[in-house]
Ligand binder design. Structure first.
Ligand SMILES: N[C@@H](CCC(=O)N[C@@H](CS)C(=O)NCC(=O)O)C(=O)O
Length: 204
């Protein structure tokens, strides 16, 4: 498999899941800041001009964070990325959707790229503030769901944890004050060999 990935973007979550599974894969770096995602070669892979995109062994490409994460969980059930029980799996999917659909797309996307939505500097400032509030409130909501283990999905990080990891990374970069359970989650994630490899900090 081949992951089209931009460091520090949402595709980091998919890279973490591939490393948690331990399946062989290639990573193709896409430089979003230079618009590489809109090159002809990138658009041939994902016409939406976004990461993540996963080229699978059958030659087909899957896009959209949740679709890729769920496909990986179902394709590699032994990795335990999603609970077997339908009710528990629905709850984990509910949190993942909230993280990607609300904290990322309705929160941080406005903070990081307000110019994609409005042009005037004043409107951009207002949008950025609103996005930051949505992201911060959302992170507090998810933090309250972290229980006895640091993970959202049981005894090891799963699909929702991978999503929570990438948005928490953005929150830290933007100096958002994080609740203690979320800080603990992030610290535990940073210790995972999968995360060390996915962030190119592994010596292995
Ligand atoms: N809904 C998509 C969102 C993907 C997305 O927004 N990716 C960002 C990086 S985090 C991207 O590729 N941005 C480049 C651009 O918009 O030009 C998903 O869930 O995968």
């Amino acid at each position: 498999m081949q992951l089209f990935h931009a460091p520090r973007s949402c595709s980091l979550g998919i890279r973490v899941l591939l490393e948690e599974i331990g399946v062989p894969h290639k990573v193709s770096a896409i430089d979003l800041s230079s618009g590489h995602q809109r090159d002809d070669a990138s658009l041939a892979v994902n016409p939406k001009g976004k990461v993540p995109a996963l080229l699978r062994d059958d030659g087909t490409v899957l896009t959209e964070f949740q679709a890729i994460a769920l496909w990986l969980a179902w394709r590699f059930p032994e990795a335990g990325l999603l609970p077997d029980d339908p009710d528990a799996a629905a709850r984990v999917t509910e949190v993942m959707e909230f993280i990607v659909g609300t904290i990322h797309m309705r929160g941080f996307a406005l903070v990081i790229m307000p110019g994609k939505f409005v042009s005037s500097p004043a409107a951009q400032q207002e949008l950025r503030a609103n996005g930051l509030q949505v992201a911060t409130d959302g992170l507090h909501h998810v933090s309250a769901l972290l229980g006895e283990t640091p993970w959202l999905s049981g005894t090891r990080p799963g699909v929702a944890d991978a999503a929570l990891f990438y948005v928490t990374q953005w929150a830290i970069a933007l100096n958002v004050d994080l609740p203690a359970p979320l800080n603990a989650f992030y610290e535990e994630m940073l210790k995972r060999p999968s995360v060390l490899r996915a962030t190119d900090r592994s010596s292995a």
